[in-house]
Design a protein around this ligand. Structure first.
Ligand code: ASP
Length: 145
């Protein structure tokens, strides 16, 4: 249950993003959140970034969050962390909470959030899985038992 997002870069330089969610607790019948709205909760462009978001979807829609990261990255030249932090601040300014996973075509990634935590993980071409849960936690090597 909950929201699961993924961003990926393949060996040919293709970026992809996907987001699956059950939506918000007690949501209104028929509500459509940000996850399936390309540019809000999900976005990928081989020339810039892949983004998947989680959190209060209305605010991610109102700030065009995922496309906003692409725009800042492309037009302001911000890196994935700076662009993501700026968009999360915009979301926080209108009382939204959540986070995003962002990956660019060079393999740079960021996990900006204003929530207490966001379960997250990454794996690179060397195949070493890294995970973290809390906002201030560093990624560390995940070893299956
Ligand atoms: N962003 C999702 C929505 O608003 C919910 C979530 O990520 O928890 O539908």
């Amino acid at each position: 249950y909950g929201t699961v997002g993924a961003v990926a870069l393949d060996k040919d330089g293709n970026l992809a993003a996907g987001t699956s969610t059950g939506g918000m607790t007690n949501k209104r019948y028929g509500r459509i959140g940000d996850s399936p709205v390309i540019g809000a909760g999900t976005y990928a462009n081989n020339k810039s970034v892949a983004v998947s978001a989680t959190g209060s979807g209305e605010m991610f829609i109102r700030t065009s969050a995922a496309y906003n990261v692409h725009s800042r990255y492309t037009h302001l030249g911000e890196n994935v962390q700076k662009a993501g932090d700026a968009v999360i601040k915009e979301i926080g300014d209108i009382k939204g909470t959540g986070g995003m996973i962002i990956l660019d075509a060079k393999g740079n990634f960021a996990f900006p959030m204003n929530s207490a935590g966001m379960h997250r993980g990454m794996i690179d071409s060397k195949g070493v899985p890294m995970t973290a849960m809390f906002g201030d936690e560093q990624l560390r090597h995940f070893k299956a038992k």
